[in-house]
Design a protein around this ligand. Structure first.
Ligand code: ACO
Length: 428
């Protein structure tokens, strides 16, 4: 915190001072608590782009310089050296685990990988052609009806068990959504495998034959999970906090986050990127005409996988993922033309003043779809994969919110633009 203060004057001659709060990194924030009582104003900030909604010690982003830190550790170091479960521990508890702490955490997560048998019936109740994200939203919301023994949000032990359950069960539920969609039998988790390998086993194995995962593919997926684990107060995380701020249980709050993630401007972007690249590839449209369309204000088309609300530089995750994509396609002999096309598009935008002036760079989703395709994950599962990875971020924020002494129910205000008071016919 700083001693700096900002004065604001109202048009009726009142004046009030507001403290400038300073975190560990990043710009200061004017603490506008009491603005209305002192000056009679609210603030107007559509999309909350200028609003700090909470204090958080989990993730730091410097969008100007393209920096992403989890609990202080740079994302590139975590992607290279760490495992997804270790990152989960770090996000949840704030420090990297000791060997014993990690062993105990892994055992706890493994202990919770199975789901109640009735959840299998629940998923089977969805239409055969239901979108996996629709099933995921519904099923995660329904977890509170199966695990209500851990939904007392005032009890820290309940909160922790719910966090463990969510992290452990998401891969199982995600794979069941896929299996149901394909009409294939559900596979039980295999706790002798690591987190990512177990997910691959539940996704791709069938009872009729043995399944061996490819270690290069498993590592690529693991890195993808690490890169998507958290990203501070984005739309879905803010949704989880807002839903949870009313005291909603953790399963309902995470289901709200999954719903928010589904949109094409957020988690649905990687699916949109692959659709876009396929369209360009199949239609024979050139890079030039695609870019011209993206720049044309009369055309609603946007270049998917480009631009970010916070990053006005390279998304640091995009750099890691582009390299990962390259290595993986080499190893799996994968979708090289699609990758080449993506590279060409990236190079063309970097040289184009429209994208330079607006500081639009490839985001994490520009390459993640190509990787997921190379891993044989179908397109309608892309956002499910994102949700699986982000569950730890959401639940870490939900936990942090519940131990924050300044936490209050979220309740933004508005500028009312409707009718002024008027009489109901015959009432005056
Ligand atoms: N293609 C073409 N033009 C774009 C793009 C794009 N992808 N993104 C932004 N612009 C332009 C806008 O038209 C606008 O131009 P103008 O100043 O001439 O009006 C300018 O850049 C600023 O755009 P905003 O919409 O104000 O930027 P905002 O920060 O609100 O939006 C967003 C960010 C939603 C990510 C946007 O860039 C977008 O729609 N990108 C494509 C979808 C996408 O990739 N989403 C994934 C985000 S990452 C994630 O969720 C993990």
């Amino acid at each position: 915190m700083t001693n700096k203060k900002i004065s604001i004057n109202s048009d009726d001659g009142k004046s009030a001072e507001f403290e400038v709060l300073q975190g560990t990194h990043g710009p200061g924030c004017i603490d506008l608590t009491g603005l209305y009582s002192k000056l009679g104003y609210f603030t107007y900030d559509p999309g909350f782009g200028m609003t700090g909604s909470c204090k958080s010690g989990i993730t730091f982003i410097n969008g100007e310089e393209g920096i992403l830190l989890h609990r202080g550790y740079p994302i590139d170091q975590l992607a290279e050296k760490s495992s997804y479960l270790e990152v989960c521990y770090l996000l949840l508890y704030g420090e990297l685990p000791s060997t014993d702490e990690f062993a105990s955490f892994s055992a706890t997560i493994k202990n919770h990988t199975m789901v109640h048998e009735n959840i299998r019936d629940f998923i089977n109740g969805f239409r055969y052609d239901a979108h996996p994200m629709a099933m995921l939203v519904g099923t995660v919301g329904a977890l509170s009806s199966f695990y209500h023994d851990s939904t007392d949000i005032s009890n820290p032990e309940h909160r922790e068990i719910s966090a463990h359950r969510l992290i452990a069960k998401l891969p199982t539920i995600a794979s069941y959504c896929y299996k149901h969609h394909r009409g294939l039998p559900f596979m039980y988790p295999d706790n002798s495998l690591g987190y990512t390998e177990n997910f691959m086993q539940m996704m791709f194995s069938v009872p009729a034959q043995d399944y061996q995962h490819n270690p290069v593919a498993a590592r690529a997926l693991e890195v993808l999970l690490i890169l998507h684990a958290d990203h501070e107060q984005n739309a879905s995380t803010s949704t989880v906090r807002l839903a949870g701020s009313s005291g909603a249980n953790p399963f309902a709050s995470i289901a709200a986050g999954i719903a928010s993630l589904w949109g094409p401007a957020h988690g649905g972007a990687n699916e949109a990127v692959v659709n876009m690249l396929e369209n360009i590839y199949n239609s024979g449209e050139t890079i030039e005409t695609t870019i011209a369309r993206a720049k044309d204000k009369n055309d609603p088309f946007r270049l998917m996988g480009f631009g970010h609300r916070v990053y006005k530089n390279f998304d640091p995750r995009a750099k890691i993922i582009a390299k990962l994509c390259h290595d993986l396609l080499d190893d799996l002999d994968g979708d090289q033309p699609m990758f080449d096309l993506a590279r060409e598009l990236e190079q063309a935008t970097l040289a184009d003043p429209y994208f330079q002036d607006r500081r639009l760079y490839p985001n994490v989703d520009f390459y993640s779809g190509i990787i997921l395709r190379a891993l044989n994950i179908p397109m309608n599962m892309f956002t499910v994969m994102f949700a699986m990875a982000r569950t730890v971020g959401w639940i870490s924020h939900w936990l942090e919110m519940h131990s924050d002494p300044e936490f209050r129910i979220g309740r933004p205000r508005q500028i009312y633009t409707g009718h002024a008071t008027r009489d109901y016919p015959g009432a005056s």
